[in-house]
Design a binder for this molecule. Structure first.
Ligand SMILES: [Zn+2]
Length: 328
């Protein structure tokens, strides 16, 4: 009795996928990967460039009030950044959901490769200091606008890759005060995103002041409108959306129901898991008599609510089995 058990155990270790059979998608155990986090229809990203003073007095307080995520692309050599240094370096990093992107140190373009390495590397060092944690990690990058570079695009790309930087989506067509002037314009874009399941975003400079101004009353109306769409929108920082989208595109899920009281799920993704560490949302059909379920993956344990016969939960891609058991 012991030897076959040992063999089957070894087989299982060597071939963790071998024991899984895909079942009909309506049967208990059937699992799908949500297109976007929490099974929302689409992501929406709020980005803020250049550490404009009006962001200090207008944008950040309104975001904080609503617990809304945003990404700030500061360039720390700016005089107006230095004038609000404590705000940018202490107050803002403590706000949940806020992230910083790399926008170089001085926003002057790159006369030489050495200069690019310093401008980009030093800006990354500031972000790592203000948001300590995992290293290496992916950070969003925004090219400084309106500047000339004396080095090639390929050279810049190589510096970005070396620093684990991912270029954000295009500025063109998405600038506050340029492409978008009213809350209604931006909310129409958000609604298109919801219909199409695709990300939408706006990139601000001035909010109620400074340059490329998006009026404050419109900004408030926009945030209220986004808030009203929170059941459909995943309002997130730029790099989280990139990580989810990339891992999701390369992810696979396998599942198996083991009797009435256990479902096992294996989520894999063909990406560098050290950098693409954003959990993905899974939705698993469970037996009709499960009222809630416990989701265990390695040492992490969570309780998932069951809605319409489905459990929704987060899991990290990799080789660690996810086990669902009922809480009756
Ligand atoms: Zn800029």
């Amino acid at each position: 009795m012991k030897i076959p058990a040992l063999i089957s155990c070894v087989t299982l270790l060597l071939h963790p996928l071998a024991m899984f059979a895909q079942t009909e998608s309506t049967q208990p155990g059937a699992t799908r990967i949500a297109q976007w986090k929490d099974d929302k229809k689409s992501p929406f990203m709020l980005m803020f460039d250049d550490a404009c003073p009006s962001q200090v007095v207008n944008a950040v307080p309104e975001l904080k009030k609503r617990g809304m995520a945003g990404t700030f692309y500061n360039f720390p050599a700016a005089g107006h950044y230095q004038g609000n240094k404590a705000f940018w370096e202490t107050t803002v990093p403590a706000i949940p959901g806020v992230a910083y992107g790399n926008h170089t140190i001085s926003h002057k373009g790159f006369p030489t490769l050495e200069n690019a390495e310093k401008e980009i590397g030093d800006a990354n060092a500031v972000i790592m200091r203000l948001f300590p944690g995992k290293s290496p990690r992916l950070v969003s990058y925004a090219d400084p606008g309106g500047v000339k570079n004396a080095i090639s695009g390929a050279q810049i790309d190589a510096v970005l890759a070396k620093n684990n930087l991912v270029r954000r989506p295009e500025f063109g067509g998405h600038g506050g005060g340029i492409a978008y002037h009213t809350a209604a314009d931006v909310l129409a874009a958000a609604d298109r995103g919801i219909s199409n399941g695709t990300p939408e975003y706006i990139i601000f400079h001035g909010v109620g002041g400074d340059w490329l101004v998006f009026p404050l009353p419109e900004f408030i109306q926009l945030l209220d409108g986004l808030e009203a769409r929170r059941n459909s929108l995943w309002i997130a920082d730029t790099i989280s959306v990139h990580k989810y989208e990339t891992a999701r595109a390369k992810a696979q899920v396998k599942f198996k129901q083991d009797g009435p009281d256990q479902i096992r799920v294996l989520l894999t993704a063909d990406v560098n898991l050290a950098l693409y560490d954003q959990p993905l949302t899974l939705i698993t059909k469970v037996p009709a008599d499960w009222k809630k379920c416990q989701v265990t993956q390695g040492t992490s344990r969570a309780t998932a609510a069951i809605d319409n016969g489905e459990a929704r939960y987060e899991a990290v891609p990799g080789t660690t089995m996810i086990v669902l058991t009922p809480v009756r």
